[in-house]
Design a binder for this molecule. Structure first.
Ligand code: XUL
Ligand code: CO
Length: 433
């Protein structure tokens, strides 16, 4: 045991009336909801980067956290992994996620970085064998180092494309070795700063070919997990190509990948794209590409990707409603892509942030399940589209515009508007939260 979380007990479910801060009030892993254990519905994951690698900086100031594992040596990387798995045990989370750069020191050369990665994969593999927590997804950090400043696969320099290929290959191998259930690609620098120096057509073609190569390699090595693109409209780039779910779908179609690649949807990214979280989930589900989520929240005023822990179960109930309607996760899960604020210095802050986030999601899941089980919303939705069940309506989609138009005079159609009942439906949502 390290010293970092000493005196912090393992968190257990104690119910809504629990008196201790160090207890779950809503997250009860074994409670069965809609025929499935809550743990298996939610599939919580901790993000290595925010909790263990982030120093607490912001655009105006540097490190605020003083962690004993900060530094560039392999010994410190192993200490970081020890502490991480102690936190996973305290929380009882089934999964974690990492970027290579979170868990291994960067080397002076690619070969050295790769040696460090391989050694940490061995170490994390041992940790996974000794603990409950397993890998939900791995990914490559292709946005922090200055070599990526003009993009990875979309970089104007083909040598950087090669470096990106080597980096993703190494991380896919690492994810496979550790039994990861998904591999994520978030293109933080796959975009542009100014159109004045950017060849959009070339960059898009390179991004598409890169993703095809990733999928080809996935099949070659027998990786059974899902390849997930994580959409985001901007930040750090002025514009990112994987803007939102609908944009990613168009891109996947263009490169013949819509059956091969799904999406990892993040609440804060959805908001930056001008959507709600539930919109992005529902859109992905309707397109058949829903994979996983990065759970967090943005500050409502700042307009940045603030990556805060969720604390609004009413809002999240709408997101979980869409996830349940989509049939729940398969390989995906609820990854907390969230960080404590830079003034939250203590080990307790890190634990209680996750406890609060997990309770918020558990409460939201229970609301969403009740909404679905009552069938009130779905009955309304079915009734609203019932007209499309008639033969005449179906035939219209088979025939041409003229045949559809002819119905108006032949059947004397004069459509009568009906209420969308939005407030009544929102009252139902309110009833279940
Ligand atoms: C950045 C972000 C990333 C991805 C993984 O906004 O969400 O941490 O989740 O690269
Ligand atoms: Co994310």
């Amino acid at each position: 045991m390290t010293e970092f979380f000493k005196n912090i007990p393992a968190i257990r479910y104690e119910g809504p009336d629990a008196t201790s801060e160090f207890a779950f009030r809503y997250y009860n892993p074994d409670e069965v909801i809609l025929g499935k254990r809550m743990e298996d519905h939610l599939r919580f994951a901790v993000a290595y980067w925010h909790s263990f690698a982030w120093p607490g900086g912001d655009p105006f100031g540097g490190q605020t956290f003083d962690r004993p594992w900060f530094g560039d040596s392999m010994d410190l990387a192993r200490l970081k992994a020890d502490v991480a798995f102690e936190m996973f045990d305290i929380l009882g989370v089934p999964f974690y996620c990492f970027h290579d750069a979170d868990m291994r020191p960067e080397g002076a050369t690619f070969a050295e970085s790769k040696r460090n990665l391989d050694a940490m994969v061995d170490y994390l593999g041992q940790k996974q064998a000794d603990h409950k927590t397993q890998l939900l997804w791995g990914t490559a950090n292709m946005f922090s180092n200055r070599r990526w400043m003009s993009g990875a696969a979309t970089n104007p320099d083909p040598d950087v494309y090669a470096y990106a290929a080597a980096t993703v290959k190494a991380n896919m191998d690492a994810t496979l070795t550790l039994g990861g259930q998904n591999y994520v690609l978030w293109g933080g620098r796959e975009g542009y700063e100014t159109l004045l120096n950017t060849d959009l057509a070339a960059e898009r073609a390179h991004a598409g070919r890169f993703l095809q190569q990733v999928v080809e390699y996935k099949h070659k090595i027998g990786f059974k997990g899902a390849i997930l693109i994580e959409p985001k409209p901007q930040e750090p780039s002025k514009h990112q190509y994987d803007y939102d779910v609908a944009t990613v779908y168009g891109f996947l179609k263009d490169f013949g990948l819509e059956k091969e690649v799904q999406v990892n949807i993040e609440q804060g990214h959805a908001i930056l794209a001008g959507h709600s979280f539930e919109h992005e989930i529902a859109m992905a589900a309707s397109l058949g590409i829903f994979g996983s989520i990065d759970m967090n929240r943005n500050d409502y005023q700042s307009g940045w990707d603030t990556d805060q822990f969720p604390n609004n179960h009413a809002e999240k109930a709408l997101a979980f409603y869409e996830i349940l309607r989509a049939g729940g996760y398969t390989t995906g899960g609820t990854n907390f892509d969230a960080k404590v604020r830079r003034q939250s210095l203590d080990a307790e802050d890190l634990i209680l942030a996750h406890v609060g986030g997990m309770d918020t999601c558990a409460r939201a899941l229970k609301c969403a399940a009740a909404m679905l089980e009552s069938d009130e919303l779905e009955a309304n939705r079915r009734a609203r589209y019932a007209g499309w069940e008639t033969d005449a309506a179906k035939a219209m989609l088979e025939g041409g515009l003229e045949a559809a138009a002819a119905r108006v005079t032949a059947e004397g159609l004069e459509p009568q508007p009906v209420s969308g009942r939005q407030e009544r439906l929102e009252n139902l949502w309110n009833k279940y939260i």
